[in-house]
Design a protein around this ligand. Sequence first.
Ligand code: ZN
Length: 335
Amino acid sequence: MRVVFSNRAYASVLAETTEKIKTETGGLFLGTVQDDTWYIIEAIDPGPKSIFEVAYFEYDQKYTQHLINKIANLYDKKLTLIGLWHRHPGSFDQFSSTDDGTNAKYASMREEGAISALVNIDPTFRITMYQVDRPCRYKKIEYDVGDNLIPDGLLKFKTPERFYSMMDNILYPSVTSRTTDGYHKSVSLASFMKFILPQMKDEECTDVETNNLLGDESTQEHLIDEIVDDLTFMADTLGIETAISLDDRYLTVYQEAIDKTTKLYFMLSVVKHAVVLSYDDKCFTYRRGLFTEAFGKAKAERERKDGSESRVKPRKQAGVIDSVIKIIRFNRNEE
Ligand SMILES: [Zn+2]
């Protein structure tokens, strides 16, 4: 296992360290994991409202989330948050207990865990790279720097044509749904839910204890963390436009249509120790990636049926998968 920085990502870490040379700083890594290698394609700064102290650091979440979306949207392949780095004073190149908490949170985001790097200047710049297993076990790993060490596809931006077609999809949705059998409907949130619900039988639960919900600032962050992968999949791969609103206890994912507004309510149940989804008078135990997984199963099932009954509808499949619209709006309810 090793880590490869793109030239740009490595320069970004150096630039951020240089700029804040007299204080502490850090940042986040965007990239992907392939064949046991962590590719850091972009390193983003922690934001103007970040706080870095000797035993404590905090990223400017609004800023970093904004930047992650912006940068990820440029690239052809999907980039995700794979890790983080921060500087430590002197030669201290191990994690503090506060760091453990942060690292564990990042490691919980994906199967492979996360990477977490420490920068020391003692007296010159050096990086110690760690892989963080779930829940929070560290392994020192090697890293290299160089675009030439990165598979071509990972550094590519979306082509102008891809952007044109995304613009078209957003501005003239009817043009992309040329067929009249209504496949454009499948980018509606309601039909997406209808499509995947049969695959979520096991997650169904009896009721939501609305008096046993957690509600504070970190709840909102936690809920966003949990569902962001599914929302990205829905937006990037399926072209489902949704908006999000947040209040103390609920995160609502919704889509307004002419006839009705489809709403999914996510909340954190104290009793179940889990994220609970309420939709259409039903309640489900939600986990990260549940929708993506259910969609995969539903699609496989439909392909099996289509394959055995007729092969008349390949266009329909392609249409859903090809449509790429990414609009996730974050609206914070101020009440
Ligand atoms: Zn630290």
